[in-house]
Write a protein that binds this ligand. Structure first.
Ligand code: ATP
Length: 626
């Protein structure tokens, strides 16, 4: 069994030093990954830091020897050094006298210091390179993570939170910077301690123990910094989520005159974030002055100690004492910086553990990717006893669905709101996998296919159309960025969008979306249809694709799509039944179950739910016409 002292020490060291880097095993793993990825530059930085520390030590040694010479003590390390150094020093003394030796040591100290600064600069420059690379990589990894995690899981993250994750990667970059300073300061500290041990080991041991105790005392302050920083990060997450949510809903907020209320909510979260941030920064700010005060006390204590213990040799100890105090004076701010770097690491800890947490893969669901290639649909899509329940809901959104969608036909899905129509489409897209049952394409379960290859077969126009902040041309060519203007125009004509696009200030080059021109609902739908037409996928999913268009344009688009789609498999969801009456088969859903199936005339003949819906819609359309 390990000795209790060993266990105590291990625990302390783990808490106070390694906990900063590896206390959270996932953060430790992430750091290890980064170190492995950039092992050469990390090795280079450590080597530069070591060399800089050695030169710092040689500066101190040279100063000590220079002072020795000044006081006529000796000509440096002549007695116990290498013969070559000895004969070199003798030659200098013979040619230039003691002044020459003194000048040599001072020159050596200056040169060592210049070299130290040079190596320190290169170390910092290499660290800056490392930080820039890490920032790029981490942002990219976080971004990729959101596109890899299973869809039902990723939609649970709020947009503001996701944006914050990508932004917080720079916390990780600062973290690496502080870690580097910590290592370089630690190396220099070790060098100083070696020099001090060389001058007087009993006093130095005493000083090291005092320093250690002071650091333990400071670790309490550092712990407060970390707690406050965790509160700050939590408040920042809330604040970001709120701000993004209210900005996205700016139209609704204004329409309902809720500006003051929303401002109040955001201000409250801002206040919480400010209080936590202030607390962590104030506590962090106490560390350096505290260490500086302790420095003065330590130096005073050491002077007294030196006077009491070392006065035995009188003047001979003066240069050593001078160098000793000089080294201690240089050492103490380093110890201060180490402590304030530890505090900064603690402050950043909640931020970087969030980055490490989002990059964790073992606790997140991913879609199984079978890797099987698929270039076209040969036979059709089959639902076999498919049931699907959303996470956290009690009842399934669709249950025990079995039907077949033959290739090259049009299948319409109808039903009341909430019946499960969009869920069926999402299952075909493989945004979700069924809770029970299986969906097959050409007789093979969807999870066996390569996800990307399967989705490449599908073109989609849905209710939630996203127009990117880019030109009309780029928006239409989203799935085929290589498409030329002629192809884009052809797709726009089929989608009945060409005329309105030509009326825009810069035609196809007009920037639309968030920062550009705003488009009407119907115009957005036509851009989305053109996008799907250009993609020219063998399976076309239309989820309320023409709901925002007037009947005249809707009819024209339907004719164009019908012309396009001789060999295309179309799956359409529509509330206006007149738009899908020509479908090869119509599936009627009710509370997630398939209750009727057939062509328009077959379903009218059944005189069931579909016939009822059809009658209601025909009557209301008749009334509108009258
Ligand atoms: P609509 O015509 O109004 O678009 P729909 O027929 O397309 O409706 P779905 O959107 O498929 O219906 O929803 C089916 C059921 O699943 C509904 O009860 C809905 O509340 C539920 N549902 C949909 N999306 C989610 C989700 N992300 N999490 C939990 N439940 C959901």
């Amino acid at each position: 069994m390990a000795h209790p002292l060993y266990v105590w020490l291990r625990k302390r060291i783990r808490l106070d030093i390694f906990n900063i880097t590896c206390g959270d095993s996932h953060l430790g793993q992430l750091l290890k990954d980064l170190l492995r990825q950039y092992k050469y530059i990390v090795g280079f930085i450590i080597a530069l830091n070591c060399i800089a520390a050695l030169f710092e030590g040689s500066t101190m040694g040279a100063l000590l020897l220079a002072l020795d010479v000044l006081l006529g003590e000796k000509t440096g390390p002549a007695q116990d050094s290498l013969r070559i150094v000895q004969s070199f020093l003798v030659t200098i003394e013979e040619r230039f006298g003691r002044g020459g030796i003194f000048a040599f040591y001072v020159g050596l100290a200056v040169l060592s210091q210049l070299l130290r600064s040079g190596f320190q600069f290169f170390g910092r420059a290499a660290t800056a390179y490392l930080q820039a690379w890490c920032e790029r990589d981490l942002r990219s990894r976080v971004f990729r993570q959101f596109f890899s995690i299973r869809y039902d899981h990723v939609v649970k993250y709020k947009i503001g939170d996701m944006a914050l994750y990508t932004h917080q990667t720079n916390g990780m970059v600062n973290y690496l910077g502080y870690l580097n300073s910590l290592v370089s300061d630690f190396l220099i500290l070790v060098t100083y301690i070696c020099v001090l041990l060389w001058i007087s080991w009993p006093i130095t041991l005493l000083a090291v123990v005092t320093l250690g105790l002071l650091s333990l005392g400071l670790s309490r302050v550092i712990r407060v910094v970390r707690t406050a920083a965790t509160e700050f990060v939590k408040a920042t997450v809330r604040m970001n989520e709120q701000i993004v949510e209210y900005l996205q809903g700016i139209r609704t907020v204004r329409a309902f005159a809720q500006e003051e209320h929303v401002q109040g909510l955001v201000d409250e979260t801002l206040r919480e974030a400010m209080l936590a941030n202030r607390k962590s920064l104030v506590w962090e700010a106490t560390i350096l002055p505290l260490v500086e005060c302790l420095t003065v006390l330590c130096v005073a204590g050491l002077l007294v100690l030196c006077y009491v213990l070392l006065d035995v040799n009188g003047e001979a100890w003066l240069p050593r004492l001078a160098v000793y105090v000089f080294v201690v004076y240089r050492l103490m701010p380093r110890a201060g910086t180490i402590n304030s770097n530890l505090a900064a690491l603690k402050r950043l800890y909640p931020t970087v553990s969030r980055v490490a947490a989002i990059l964790r893969q073992d606790n997140k669901p991913y879609m199984r990717d079978g890797g099987r290639d698929i270039r076209s649909l040969q036979d059709g899509i089959e639902f076999r006893n498919v049931t699907f329940r959303y996470d956290g809901t009690a009842t399934p959104a669709v249950r025990d669905l079995s039907f077949f969608i033959p290739r090259g036909t049009m299948t319409a899905i109808v039903g009341e709101s909430g019946a499960g129509k969009s869920t069926v489409l999402d299952l075909i897209l493989r945004l979700y996998d069924p809770t029970a049952g299986v969906i097959l394409a050409d007789g093979i379960p969807l999870p066996e296919y390569d996800q990307k290859a399967w989705r490449n077969l599908i073109g989609m126009v849905n209710q939630d159309i996203h127009i990117f902040n880019a030109s009309i041309h780029q928006n239409i060519a989203f799935r085929r960025p290589d498409a030329d203007r002629e192809e884009v125009e052809r797709a726009a004509r089929i989608a009945n969008a060409h005329e309105f696009i030509l009326e825009l200030p810069n035609g196809y080059d007009t920037v639309v979306g968030e920062r550009g021109m705003r488009l009407s609902g119907g115009q957005r739908q036509r851009i989305a249809i053109a996008r799907a037409v250009l993609h020219d996928a063998p399976i076309l999913i239309l989820d309320e694709a023409t709901s925002e268009l007037d009947s005249n344009i809707e009819r024209k688009i339907q004719e164009s799509i019908a012309r396009l789609s001789l060999d295309r498999t179309i799956i359409a969801v529509a509330h206006r039944l007149s738009t899908i009456s020509m479908a090869d088969q119509i599936l009627v859903l009710e509370s997630g179950r398939l209750v009727e199936q057939g062509t328009h005339s077959e379903l009218l003949g059944l005189n069931g739910i579909y016939a009822g819906l059809w009658r209601i819609q025909s009557q209301s359309e008749e009334k509108v016409r009258k």
